[in-house]
Write a new protein. Structure first.
Length: 673
């Protein structure tokens, strides 16, 4: 495929124009002072692959974090995108069972996280997010995941107040050989069995790529030896045809399909169908002119067909009514962007659009359209200093198509703005890089926050009464690397107007039925370090903390992950890499009972716990490597704070979180030619 390589966009920052809405008051002053001294960017490009998951991923730019998914043994046993993200400091997930957790970052949930696969957004259909976007992601099918923390990019869609997450495949390169083949298999406890194949052939003018994978597991036992309903199965296939008529041009058509089922310990129903169909057409042309470096365009199609019931995978409790619902969502979208480079500046500008149609039992009940324009400008002040700024404008409309709804036929429209500005400095005298940036985002309520059947806490209609969410946030960070020591820190403080919160303070329910707006403050930080003790031995550590306050009710924000620390020890030589990770999670006492997000609520305080994982990789030859590991080595009985409560069909307490898996042993082999 010649030497064609797709470069990542530079990350400019948003220049907020509506900051006057906010009376920053003392919090902004303290943010500025705190951020000036503490935070910045992270560029741990020399971290080993295994150390990455304990501390921080590689970062090509101060604000951009990268994790190599193919070289990180700890990702091997991840069941989906959320499980892979949990390896990264600051990420957690709302647990359903053995699979399909719903990711959170810094305590933020849902569409505050923009999650993309190869540049496209694949949204689920379930009104209670049983098939959230990461449910359809097999992390081992991608080469890397890139993360931009906070509202510090406007390139990849609206509303990304918490983070932008992109699972990406590398471009095919046939400059050295005309074909490649990869196969892998993994077996583990609870009859876990994963297998995957991928092959590609090509030359300087084009290529064909085909891939398929399947994974399955029975229900797991917790550390007490009790079975937790959590069996699941998934399969995926994909096909890509690429044309590279010259070294500067790429045209690619990719299609994919998958399905599966999942038993949910924390739900009244299971997922008996997770059909996914996707298609994407991409065009990219480099070196358009002296300063016009690149143009790229993409058209996307995604279809999610989801069935949930309480008859296929479980035995109903006596007196429980039969539940069966089929929902689907069809998403189409497109994006065009151009990159311009001059001696002292770089500009990325473009537009994107998306349309969603949601149906329940074959009848349309909701639709949404979005059109946005964006630009990010990087100014290179000198060899060490940069200013990155960005601005985005979106027009979004949503229509209630449910005939029986109080707002049937109503359409709501909003024009929303997002922006940021960030200063980056390379501190060459101390081998460090830093950044500090201020970002502002207006986020349109997503389907799960204004679905037609959802009420507000004051008995209104969520569709018409929930306001867009406005986030003003300061992000900052610092990265240091010299000789055998690396460390980094990133932090944030923010003010949120009209934060969308779920729950009913009068009645406990495991699935929330009402929503409302409150004002909130948020803050937190992640930090990590690595020390190369000897040429073969290294240690690493990380710490993540998130905090939030509901100002209207003088209460903690709900569904915030507790303080979490990790300690790691790695041995590596030419053939072997072995790592041990100690994970320590504190108790969470800051809760808002019966309030939460679209998936779960705080129903009680949670206890702290400590677990240990170990994994090893043996590189038998250049083409063959073996991996093995033990998760939860001590067979600890514990529950994550964000887990949903158990369901009575399985005789679980409905006011206690179900337990995580006990000891899990796994082993796998990877072959690549």
């Amino acid at each position: 495929m010649s030497n064609f390589v797709r470069k990542a966009f530079t990350q400019p920052e948003r220049n907020s124009t509506r900051l006057a809405k906010y009376a920053l008051s003392p919090i902004a002053v303290s943010v500025a002072l705190f951020g000036q001294s503490l935070y910045a960017n992270t560029e741990l490009s020399e971290f080993t692959a295994n150390a990455i998951v304990v501390t921080a991923p590689e970062q090509d730019t101060p604000i951009q974090t990268k994790v190599n998914l193919t070289e990180t043994a700890a990702i091997e046993s991840a069941t989906d995108g959320a499980a892979a993200l949990k390896q990264i400091p600051g990420f957690s997930s709302v647990g359903n069972g053995g699979v399909n957790g719903d990711p959170t970052f810094r305590g933020m949930f849902g569409s505050r996280l923009v999650i993309l696969t190869d540049g496209a957004q694949m949204l689920g259909a379930c009104p209670n997010r049983m098939d959230n976007p990461t449910s359809y992601i097999n992390p081992t099918a991608y080469d890397e995941v890139e993360i931009v923390k906070g509202p510090q990019t406007v390139l990849w869609g609206p509303g990304s107040s918490a983070a932008t997450v992109r699972f990406e495949r590398k471009e095919e390169d046939f400059s050295k050989q005309n074909s490649r083949f990869e196969a892998s298999a993994m077996v583990g406890s609870n009859n876990r069995f994963d297998r995957a194949l991928e092959g590609a052939v090509g030359n300087s003018t084009g290529y064909v790529r085909v891939g398929a994978n399947k994974a399955e597991s029975d229900s797991y036992e917790d550390g007490n030896g009790d079975e937790v309903a959590s069996s699941w199965e998934k399969w995926n296939t994909n096909f890509a045809l690429g044309l590279t008529p010259d070294e500067d041009t790429l045209i690619e058509l990719e299609v994919g399909r998958g399905d599966g089922f999942a038993e949910y310990a924390g739900r009244a129903v299971d997922g008996s169908k997770f059909l996914r169909e996707t298609a994407a057409l991409r065009f990219e042309k480099k070196n358009m002119s002296q300063n016009w470096s690149k143009i790229e365009a993409q058209l996307n199609y995604g279809y999610a067909d989801h069935v949930m019931d309480n008859t296929t995978l479980r035995t109903r409790s006596s007196g429980t009514k039969v539940r069966n619902m089929q929902v689907d969502r069809r998403t189409t979208g497109g994006r065009v962007a151009s990159t311009f480079d001059w001696d002292t500046k770089s500009l990325v500008a473009g537009l994107d659009a998306k349309q969603e149609v949601h149906r329940k039992n074959g009848t349309e009940d909701y639709s949404q359209e979005q059109v946005g324009v964006f630009s990010e400008l990087t100014l290179f002040m000198d060899n060490d200093d940069r200013v990155v700024s960005g601005l985005r404008l979106d027009h979004i409309s949503a229509t209630d198509e449910t005939a029986t709804s109080k707002t049937a036929g109503d359409t709501r429209k909003d024009t929303l703005i997002s922006g940021f500005s960030r200063f980056e400095r390379d501190l060459s005298s101390m081998s460090a890089t830093s950044y500090i940036g201020l970002g502002y985002t207006e986020r349109f309520p997503d389907y799960w926050e204004i679905r037609p059947t959802l009420a507000t806490m004051d008995s209104g209609q969520a569709f018409s009464d929930i306001n867009p969410e406005k986030t003003l946030q300061l992000d900052a960070g610092l990265n240091y690397k010299r000789d055998n020591v690396s460390w980094w820190v990133s932090g944030y403080m923010g003010v949120i107007q009209d934060y969308i919160i779920f729950g009913d303070p009068q009645k406990f329910t495991n699935n929330v039925t009402s929503a409302g707006n409150v004002d909130a403050h948020i803050a937190g930080a992640e930090t990590g370090a690595r020390y190369q003790v000897t040429p073969n031995w290294s240690t690493n550590a990380s710490l993540a903390y998130a905090w939030g306050k509901d100002l209207d009710n003088d209460a903690p924000l709900p569904q915030i992950s507790p303080l979490e620390a990790k300690l790691g020890l790695t041995y590596e030589n030419e053939d072997w890499t072995t790592s041990a990770v100690l994970r320590m999670v504190a108790a969470q006492n800051r809760i808002s009972e019966n309030k939460g997000n679209a998936v779960g609520v705080d129903f009680g305080e949670s206890a702290g716990f400590t677990t240990m994982d170990i994994n090893t990789e043996y590189r038998y030859t250049e083409n063959v490597k073996f991996r093995a590991g033990i998760d939860n080595l001590t067979d600890k009985a514990y529950a994550e704070h964000l887990n949903k409560a158990g369901n009575s069909d399985f005789s679980y307490p409905t006011d206690e979180a179900f337990n995580q898996a006990g000891r899990i042993i796994w082993a796998g082999v990877n072959v690549a030619f």
